[in-house]
Ligand binder design. Structure first.
Ligand SMILES: Cc1cc2nc3c(=O)[nH]c(=O)nc-3n(C[C@H](O)[C@H](O)[C@H](O)COP(=O)(O)O)c2cc1C
Length: 208
């Protein structure tokens, strides 16, 4: 997708199931020397789901809580590179097209956030940053998770894709025989990163 490695990424998390995918995605970014800056935004619903799925307690030290053990190994890298932005702050850096974000990923992306992006409802920072990505023709990857899908979801995926987003559903592969949920989520994250121009040397590669 990108013809150069993105250095400055915007990552958003919303209230869909799949917080483990966010954890592995952020861990990979924290450890990737090509990436200099990550602006991270979590909706209130994302926090609710993270509490269920990752046992995260509140917003304090949110990035470290999400990174888990890998933050303990490299706390400086994580805290200096990943900047938490408030979803209520529509005056944050990524709300403006003049800020040089190279790409944006919403992981996981709820169908509610998908709907707001697809309809240009930019009342919170996540949707505003996505709107900016589309208007500036920058990569926008939406890791949508819901099942089954109704026609509204399908229409909204089409609308977003038609406006330039990549619909990258949270659907992992199984042909590499993942031994754990962590391995499954890590490989999925690597696929998203490769799509953005950040291929990971540890990623599984199919050899026929
Ligand atoms: C445990 C839990 C799991 C959920 N899973 C999903 C899901 O997989 N997909 C989805 O679109 N919404 C899911 N929801 C509902 C969303 O969180 C809800 O629609 C919310 O308003 C989305 O807000 P946001 O888009 O601002 O983050 C879930 C909610 C909870 C509490």
């Amino acid at each position: 997708m990108a013809n150069h490695s993105p250095k400055n990424l915007t990552v958003a998390s919303t209230g869909a199931s799949g917080a483990i995918f966010l954890r592995h995605f952020l861990q990979a970014l924290a450890g990737d020397e090509r990436v200099e800056t990550v602006n991270f935004i979590a909706s209130d619903s994302a926090l609710r789901v993270m509490a269920e799925e990752l046992d995260i307690k509140g917003r304090s030290n949110l990035v470290s809580q999400i990174l888990g053990t890998s933050a303990a190994k490299s706390p400086k890298t994580a805290s200096s590179k990943i900047h938490l932005q408030s979803n209520d702050d529509i005056g944050a850096n990524v709300a403006s097209g003049s800020y040089p974000s190279d790409a944006m990923v919403v992981i996981p992306c709820s169908v509610g956030t998908l709907a707001r992006i697809a309809h240009g409802d930019a009342s919170h920072l996540i949707e505003r940053a996505a709107d900016v990505s589309l208007k500036e023709k920058r990569p926008l990857v939406l890791c949508v998770r819901e099942t089954p899908l109704n026609k509204i979801h399908i229409r909204n995926m089409f609308r977003a894709a038609d406006a330039g987003a990549t619909i990258f559903p949270l659907i992992p592969a199984f042909y590499y025989h993942p031994a754990s949920l962590d391995e499954m989520a890590r490989e999925f994250s690597y696929r998203v990163l490769a799509h953005l121009g950040l291929p990971q040397s540890q990623a599984f590669r199919w050899k026929a």
